[in-house]
Structures are given as structure tokens and as C-alpha cells.
Design a protein around this ligand. Structure first.
Ligand SMILES: [Zn+2]
Length: 73
């Protein structure tokens, strides 16, 4: 029984370590008066025009493997 728990602990540790390493290498998003997902102009210093764009951007991050680039690039 402890083998299952040990394997689960090891898998959790590897997942967290990989995510931390990716986060440390990620470029921070900077407000550039455009939505980072749909590229719509934004009048104030925000990263996304609404929560849908933010959620969609965060959903595709693992698929893109890098943070800070727009989906159109
Ligand atoms: Zn947007």
C-alpha cells in the first residue's frame, strides 16, 4: 500500500518541480495597452480585456510551452 502512496508523492513532487522550473523561466506579461489574448486595444494598463480572454490565455499556456507570447504569434 505504501508503494502507491510513495509513487503518488513522487509524481506530485515531479509535477510541482517541473511547474516551478517553468514558472521561473517564464517571461512576465507587461501591460502594453493591448489584450494579450485577442490583441484588442485596451485603454488602461491591463493584461487582458476581460476575464474570458484571461482564462483562455491561461488555458493555452501549457499547450504553448511558454508564457508571454500571444496566440497569434
Ligand atoms: Zn481580449
Amino acid at each position: 500500500m505504501s508503494d502507491y502512496a510513495d509513487n503518488a508523492d513522487s509524481r506530485i513532487y515531479r509535477t510541482i518541480a517541473a511547474d516551478l522550473a517553468a514558472a521561473r523561466c517564464a517571461r512576465p506579461l507587461l501591460a502594453d495597452f493591448h489584450c494579450h489574448f485577442c490583441d484588442e486595444p485596451i485603454g488602461i494598463e491591463l493584461l487582458f480585456c476581460d476575464s474570458d480572454c484571461r482564462d483562455d490565455f491561461n488555458a493555452i499556456l501549457p499547450l504553448r510551452g511558454a508564457r508571454g507570447s500571444s496566440p497569434s504569434s
